[in-house]
Write a protein that binds this ligand. Sequence first.
Ligand SMILES: [Zn+2]
Length: 305
Amino acid sequence: MPELPEVETVLRGLRARVLGRRLTEVVVHNALVIHGDAERFAEGVAHRRVEALRRKGKALAIELGAPDGDAAAGRVIGAGSRGTPGACFLLVRLGMTGQLVVVPRAASLEPHTHVRIALEGGAEELRYTDARRFGRLRCCSPAELDGIFSRMGPDAPEISEAEFSRALRGRRGAIKGWLLNQQRLSGLGNIYADEALFAARIHPLAQPGRLRAPEARRLHRAVQKILKRAIELQGTSFRDYVDIEGRPGNFAPRLRVYQRSGAPCRRCGKTIRRLIIAGRGSHFCPGCQPRPRSTAQPTRKKTPR
Ligand SMILES: [Zn+2]
C-alpha cells in the first residue's frame, strides 16, 4: 500500500511533469473510483491548469486554477452553476493499489485503467489505474480540502519531538495501532510503522502512554529518519506501487522486519516474528524489541475492516 514516501514520490513526479500544464479532456472509465458524481468530477477538473501540488499524509492534492474562459463558455457546462468559478483541487487517495502515471496518449491501456486525463499539447495523458479500487479521486473546493486536511493528524515528517511526545501521552492500546491511526499522525502505514518500531527498539504492543521519554524520542527520530530515507529511495515497491514514470521504488532492500517473519534479524540474529495488531500483520524482532511488562493485547484474529 502506498504510504507517505510513495505518495511524496508521486507528488515530485507530478511536479516535474504536470505542474503548469493544462488538463484538457477527462474520461472516466469506472465511476467507482470517483468520490461523488463522475460527470461532475470530469467537468470540474477539465480545462484547468495545474497550479500547485500539496500533500498531507497519504493524501495528494493537485491544485487547479480557474477554468479557461473559452472552456467555461463551451465545454465546462455547469461550472458556473456550482457557484465557485475559482480554484479547485483534485484530491487523490491511492488506497491499496492506485497508480498515477504519465504516458503517451497512444500507449496501450493497462488493465484497471479507470480515469484518463489528457494534458495540454495532446501527446500525453495522466492515467489512474487501480486493481483493487480502494483509491478515490475527488474534485473538491478549497474549503472542502481544508476540512479534509484538518481532520488528519500532523504530517509525520513535520511533527516536532515535543508535539509527538505530547500526542502519545495517556494513549492506551498498541503503539503500532497508534502509528497507523491517521487522525493521530498522518502518513505511516504498515511498512514504515514496523520499520520505525524496529529502529527505535520498541515492541509493537507497547502502550503509547507508557513509553518512557527516551523511547518516545527514539521513535520520533526513527519515524523521521525512515521516511526521509524512503523518500530519497523513491519508496518501497511490493506488488503495485510505481512512480509517475512507472518505475518501482528502491527502499525494499533496506527493510529490516517488514515481511521478514521467520528470517533472522540482521541486528541480533533472532527470528523475526509476526503478530496481528489493529487488524494488520506486525513484524518485529523479539530480541531487539523486548516485550514490556505491561502491553496492549494482540488481536486474536484478523478483524474485518
Ligand atoms: Zn534483533
